[in-house]
Design a protein around this ligand. Structure first.
Ligand code: HEC
Ligand code: HEC
Length: 285
């Protein structure tokens, strides 16, 4: 009996120690400072109309609000209360916008949570200039947002799955920035798709508020193998499946992808069809 009590006491102590250590790791991951070399981008000749399209296409408007005035993005204690900040009124300089968008690093050097920068790190200087010029053109709006707080579950997640939560840890900060082409680059244009459908685009459980299967997008019968471009376009840009069901815009941001040009959609389609087919059906319910 004494032995069991002792053993249990030891176990409790062990659990406490593990939790404290893991929380410490999470806190360290969240407050680590990223030293990103400043990268100047000139706004000369930037196209604000194109910037507005990019803000839709890259879902800035979905998270930061339609007018980019900020939103109470996540109210989820004990995970976190996380506002997506107000981008209007030139609150962030060109250099700060570059660091946030392409590197996932805040003005003060700490990593941004959830902001999907690994999907934007392949953005060309041209696209970035258009985007920033558009953001700078929006009149200042003042919004009252929730206060940023990270709870214990958020710290645990930052220790266990840092790349999911702290995208700066998944970005190659020294990478060269690509040059824009009219038809776009498939890897870059599918950056956001990878965020949810998995790095290999073979499908995975994606957890927003509830876990949901983000299906296989590789050219396999369990994915888009056998699909026509038209079926793909209707799903990705109009949010309808082949049996006429509306795809939930809160889980699959097709309203953003409606902003693709035909040439870009073709590039995405060709990119997906050139992937190695992966046999990954949805998990059984
Ligand atoms: C999935 C949601 C999401 C998308 C998409 C998104 N953001 Fe964010 N963004 C956030 C959140 C959440 C934060 C705050 C993170 C934090 O405080 O840790 C943030 C922070 C920022 C910051 C603040 C940097 C700082 O210094 O504090 C800027 C600037 C920014 N985002 C710009 C953009 C732009 C431009 C786009 C589109 C290319 C974009 N974001 C797309 C969620 C998003
Ligand atoms: C925020 C997460 C998220 C992002 C970003 C995302 N998807 Fe999805 N996608 C999902 C989820 C979840 C589903 C399943 C939705 C459903 O069944 O209602 C889905 C469904 C789909 C479907 C299947 C529709 C059907 O007919 O069954 C296609 C095709 C698709 N996504 C393509 C894309 C492409 C291409 C991109 C990038 C351009 C992308 N998705 C980006 C989460 C996402």
């Amino acid at each position: 009996m004494k032995f069991i009590v002792k053993a249990l006491g030891g176990l409790v102590l062990l659990v406490v120690v593990v939790v404290v250590v893991v929380l410490g790791v999470g806190t360290r991951n969240l407050s680590r400072s990223y030293d990103v070399p400043p990268h100047a981008v000139s706004l000369d000749g930037a196209d604000t109309g194109e910037g507005q399209r990019l803000a839709t296409l890259f879902a800035c408007t979905l998270c930061h609000g339609g007018e980019l005035g900020g939103s109470d993005f996540l109210q989820g204690m004990p995970m976190a209360d996380l506002p997506a900040p107000n981008l209007t009124g030139r609150r962030f300089s060109v250099l700060e916008m570059e660091r946030a968008v392409r590197h996932g690093v805040a003005a003060d050097g700490r990593p941004l949570m959830i902001m999907p920068s690994q999907a934007f790190s392949g953005m060309s200087d041209e696209d970035l200039a258009d985007l920033v010029a558009y953001v700078f053109s929006i009149p200042d709006v003042s919004t009252r947002l929730i206060e940023r707080r990270v709870g214990p579950i958020g710290r645990l997640a930052a220790a266990m799955a840092p790349a999911e939560l702290i995208t700066a840890s998944a970005v190659h900060h020294e990478a060269e920035h690509p040059v824009a082409t009219p038809e776009g680059d498939g890897l870059y244009l599918t950056g956001l798709c990878r965020f949810c459908h998995g790095e290999d685009l073979g499908g995975r459980m994606f957890t927003a508020d509830v876990p949901m299967w983000a299906p296989n997008l590789t050219p396999h019968p369990t994915g888009i193998g056998g699909w026509t471009l038209d079926r793909f376009r209707v799903a990705v840009q109009e949010g309808r499946t082949s049996d006429g069901r509306e795809i939930d815009p809160d889980h699959m941001p097709w309203s953003a992808f409606a902003a693709y040009t035909d040439a870009e959609l073709q590039t995405v389609w060709d990119h997906l069809n050139a992937l190695t087919p992966i046999d990954r059906p949805p998990p059984l319910e």
